[in-house]
Ligand binder design. Structure first.
Ligand SMILES: [Zn+2]
Ligand SMILES: [Zn+2]
Length: 139
């Protein structure tokens, strides 16, 4: 019985993340779920996200400046993050297998994957600086 409830909750979390394309934080996912299924606790949502990330069913993007982000898209891709508003976009660039080979040869590690987070200023934030550079902090 508990097993079945877990499966349903996991399905709800997975479905919610699939519908969100902005690399949401666990909190943002929880709030979205709350709107429809108030019976799932925040702790449960966090636990399910952690487990799915560990199992490789979703992607966790470590975010030093805030909460980790989650991504339903597990096909290999990179990310670019705006240093002002924190938004994360997909970079649909193929990963470089040669890079991993080079690390393996040089450091003797068996590489199982890598992540790369580009940093920059998104178009919208960049625009707001030009249009209103006296109040650039208000992104
Ligand atoms: Zn931005
Ligand atoms: Zn992504």
């Amino acid at each position: 019985m508990a097993e079945r409830r877990n499966t349903i909750q996991q399905e709800i979390v997975a479905q919610t993340l699939r519908q969100m394309h902005d690399h949401p934080t666990a909190d943002a996912i929880y709030i979205e779920i709350c709107n429809k299924h108030s019976s799932i606790s925040r702790a449960t949502v966090f636990r399910i996200l952690n487990r799915m990330a560990e199992e490789g069913r979703i992607l966790r993007i470590s975010n030093a400046g805030g909460g980790d982000r989650f991504d339903y898209e597990i096909e290999k891709h990179y990310h670019v993050q705006c240093k002002k508003c924190g938004r994360i976009s997909n970079v649909s660039m193929k990963k470089f297998p040669a890079l991993e080979e080079e690390i393996e040869c040089s450091y003797g590690y068996r590489i199982i994957g890598h992540t790369l987070l580009f940093e920059g200023i998104c178009e919208e934030c960049d625009k707001s600086v030009v249009e209103n550079d006296t109040d650039a902090a208000d992104c």
